[in-house]
Design a protein around this ligand. Structure first.
Ligand code: CA
Length: 634
């Protein structure tokens, strides 16, 4: 069957191209359409409620065979709020499944719900838009956050703890009166908030919010449905839709664009996934395990490809999502990724795309399938990739906690930093394809990594290493991304000098943002330094070039002793780009270095960063130990 699904003949006969899969609601009637080419018969079960194993079936409608393997049924009347499932007979076996095109569901995603989507729109939604629409992707400063981590700490001052609505609250503060939550994020000056999975995933039981449960959510159940555990009521299908839209609207109104983490490369449970129930085994590359989750998605099959394209387009259109971060995109084929971007950009050219382009081994079902990894970056020109070269060069390998990086004493990595700073990580020369970062949800937090890699070092020196790390990726050509809380030395301690490197299901005590650290001078200074780096970056197009030719023309590496690095970025772009010098000194002694001719004003040094002039220099300048310096020519 697995090979038959990918055959030319099967695809010719059974590729449905319409845009009406799912339950199409109008006040007068609802039309259901499902793709089930191998079914002998299909029914729609209508239910009063959304809770599985509840004896509240209203009716069973037989479906009629229609075009290209689809089945349709129609029901008169207003079905808004009615729950439903499909019952599919394949090889004389009956299976009941949720609708792969479900717009929302009841608790834990077992039953889909017919929904009037317009009725879920918050006030002002028609005018809601991406606050950074029209800007190049290299203007973005991305902040990666898990919904629950933001608000669940007892000192967050946020009422809707662990919920979508927690991100709509302003005026919140910790016990020392320091701003928290949305106010804090906004004050950092970031442009894009990248949220870990917000689609419906399976590892948290939505029916029992009182239990201590946590998961990152890389276990998709319903791709087009918001996760229920972040809603105030996971039992009523419209609530999660409404509250997620409210959250996105609030973020947009506060000048923040929203990026969604999408995980199309595998599903929670292969057999139980609704698409695989309706068309057995169709969605997955049988037995292929590049994702480590046992069921790589067969994105090369026509109706899987359509499903993923439709899904991303739906989130962009219905929820006004401004960017998509693809988990393990190295398992998805380039044709699917290009079709997604083409479909979304046709209406929303501002939407940004990036992902994890690690090279993966996967048992693709068609011979000509090309996977979306870094090495194939040239095939997906508008799609950016996480730069692990930069990440590991800054702080050392993520696979060995004790390995130091450039900022923590490994001079061998100076050349890698040099290349990455210029937007030349080896697999692309386009700055708009490179996501530069020092930490994200995976692996040790930046500060924990620095702690493990520098035994016996002082806290003060580790903070300087932390700030040097931030200065490197914030001033490099590319798109900077930081993990939420990196700016307040986020840590995931396990005790006895150990730290959690994979907190995907760790308790809140490990994962939560600890707001109590704000108001403590040591932490506040780091926050202020990050804020300043972001503000400086945003004020200087010289750090945000988009074309390889500009990088080649304007970026001049300067000779420096030891492992120090310095670059002169020359003026250009009609006066928008100013002459800029960026110096990194990872050494433990002062570095005195010659400056190009002219009078230079320093905006970033070992203690401060921002758009306020700190001092001026001519001919030469001294850079403090373990620090960065950025100067602009007057
Ligand atoms: Ca769920």
């Amino acid at each position: 069957m697995n090979n038959l699904y990918s055959s030319e003949q099967f695809e010719k006969q059974y590729t449905y191209t319409g845009s009406d899969l799912g339950a199409n609601w109008t006040p007068d009637r609802t039309v259901f359409r499902v793709w089930a080419p191998t079914a002998q018969a299909v029914w729609v079960n209508l239910y009063q409620g959304g809770t599985p194993n509840t004896n509240d079936r209203l009716e069973q409608l037989p479906m009629t065979q229609a075009e290209n393997g689809t089945w349709v049924a129609e029901k008169q009347g207003d079905l808004n709020g009615v729950y439903y499932t499909y019952v599919v007979q394949v090889n004389d076996k009956l299976r009941e499944a949720c609708d792969p095109y479900a717009r929302t569901t009841g608790v834990n995603g077992h039953r889909a719900m017919v929904i009037d989507l317009d009725a879920t729109n918050p006030e002002g939604w028609a005018l809601d838009k991406d606050p950074h629409g029209g800007n190049p992707i290299t203007d973005a400063v991305i902040y990666e956050l898990h919904i629950r981590d933001l608000s669940i700490d007892p000192d967050s001052g946020i009422k809707n703890k662990g919920k979508y609505l927690g991100l709509t609250e302003t005026g919140t503060a910790n016990s020392k009166g320091m701003p928290t939550g949305l106010d804090h994020i906004k004050s950092m000056g970031i442009t894009h908030l990248h949220l870990l999975p917000i689609y419906d995933y399976g590892s948290v039981d939505e029916a029992h919010p009182e239990l201590p449960q946590f998961n990152w959510g890389y276990d998709p159940v319903n791709y087009n449905v918001p996760e229920g555990s972040y809603a105030t009521d996971p039992f009523q299908g419209q609530v999660r839709v409404k509250e997620l839209k409210q959250m996105i609207h609030a973020l947009h109104q506060n000048g923040i664009s929203v990026v969604m983490d999408v995980v199309y490369n595998h599903v929670y449970k292969t057999e139980e996934f609704c698409f695989n129930q309706i068309v057995p085994g169709y969605f997955s590359r049988g037995g292929s395990n590049g994702s480590g989750c046992g069921n790589d998605t067969a994105s090369e099959r026509s109706m899987v490809r359509k499903y993923i394209v439709d899904s991303v387009l739906y989130w962009a259109d219905e929820y006004h999502i401004d960017g998509f971060r693809f988990d393990l995109v190295g398992l998805i084929d380039t044709e699917t990724i290009n079709q997604i971007m083409q479909a979304v950009h046709a209406k929303r050219p501002n939407v940004i795309f990036y992902g994890e382009g690690w090279s993966m081994h996967s048992a693709v079902t068609k011979r000509d399938t090309i996977l979306t990894c870094q090495a194939n970056a040239y095939r997906t020109p508008k799609f950016a990739f996480f730069c692990d070269t930069m990440r590991d060069a800054i702080k050392g390998s993520v696979f060995r906690g004790e390995d130091p990086g450039y900022v923590s004493g490994n001079g061998d990595l100076a050349y890698a930093i040099h290349r990455c700073f210029m937007g030349l990580p080896g697999w692309t020369n386009r700055p708009d394809q490179i996501v530069n970062y020092a930490s994200c949800h995976d692996n040790l937090s930046l500060f924990d990594k620095l702690t493990l890699a520098t035994p016996g070092q002082s806290q003060q020196k580790r903070i300087r290493m932390n700030n040097l790390a931030a200065a490197i990726y914030m001033t490099s050509q590319g798109i900077p991304l930081l993990q939420a809380g990196e700016e307040m030395l986020r840590s995931k301690p396990l005790g006895h000098g150990k730290f959690e490197h994979n907190s995907y299901n760790s308790p809140d005590a490990i994962n939560s943002i600890k707001w109590g650290v704000l108001g403590n001078e040591e932490y506040d200074r780091v926050v202020e330094y990050y804020r300043g780096l972001i503000a400086f970056r945003k004020a200087h197009p010289a750090l945000r070039m988009t074309r390889p030719a500009d990088v080649t023309k304007h970026m001049i590496p300067m000779a420096e002793p030891g492992n120090a690095l310095a670059f002169h970025i020359t003026a250009g772009a009609g006066g928008q780009m100013q002459d800029t010098v960026v110096i990194f000194n990872p050494g433990h002694a002062d570095l005195t270095t010659a400056l190009p001719s002219g009078k230079w004003t320093c905006y970033v040094d070992h203690e401060q960063a921002g758009n306020k002039p700190l001092f001026t220099a001519e001919k030469q300048v001294t850079v403090a130990p373990i620090s960065a310096m950025v100067l602009v020519k007057e």
